[in-house]
Ligand binder design. Sequence first.
Ligand SMILES: [Zn+2]
Length: 324
Amino acid sequence: MESNTRMLNVKMLSKKFITTIENYLINNMFPHSLIIASNSDEINYQSAIYLTCRLICEDVIWCEGKCNNCQRVISNSYPDFVILNLCSEKLKKEMVREIISKFSLSSLEVTNKKIYLIQNIEDGSLEANNSLLKFLEEPPINTYAIFTSKSINRVLPTIISRSQVLTLLPIDFEIVMTKLINEWKVTFEDAKLISNCFSDWNEIVANGDYAKFLEIKLLALDFITNFINDNNEDNYLLSSKINKLEKNYLSLFWKLIILIMKDSFLELPQYFITQQKFIKEVTDKIANKQNYFLTVIYECLERLKFPVNKNLLVDYFIIMMLKI
Ligand SMILES: [Zn+2]
């Protein structure tokens, strides 16, 4: 993972994002605080590194990441660039204090710009975020804050209001869907479902094949069908199948259930487009409990990211579902 992220992959960035950054630079209006939001860690990271390079590049025309400054940012050895990832470490007040004191000293570099990148800002504690806020209110000259977030809804509103938010599309849906239809020979509905469950083509390929996807899809549909027909016993039986899934497939299983729930809010399904009748039954049965459902599944997905006893987590999921 670490070695992967020590590269700049401009191909992952959206054209719209690059144009926005270029406009900031041309007009000399680079925001002092910026939030990059998409549901992909890798896209967020790549976008943040690109941004930083553009800020401190030695060349008048963008060097494509080749100049000495850009190279040092990419390899994370540029002294005036600090990265914190709140997914792996909790943001503590002391860390913020450290950044503030470091950034209040004069720059170590001729570009004179100091940049801190805080990944997954939504995971910061309230206390830490508040001390960060004071810094954001009066940023020292030539200091830039870049935040990334995978769920912008959870970012403190006071941080959002002091920042420019760039929301990135996590995936080029059209390209990925065409690829799935042409290369994997999947149906239009399945292309839609698959592209909504993963953040890019590489992630799709790394997670198995069409047959495996269909197996998980069937499992998700069976589970919800049992649920709406009150066949809880059958879902207990299914739980052993669910328990046997590897982590990535378990995550796919839950993501598909999320899409079923999202469809059940709508007049016409967006994802399970051929299963209008089924979705209607879900809507009728679940009747306004979608949010409860979604909360439980998001929580399970979140826990799955950490070392966890998979069987206990599946049991927890099923027990929570039975409570509805
Ligand atoms: Zn450069």
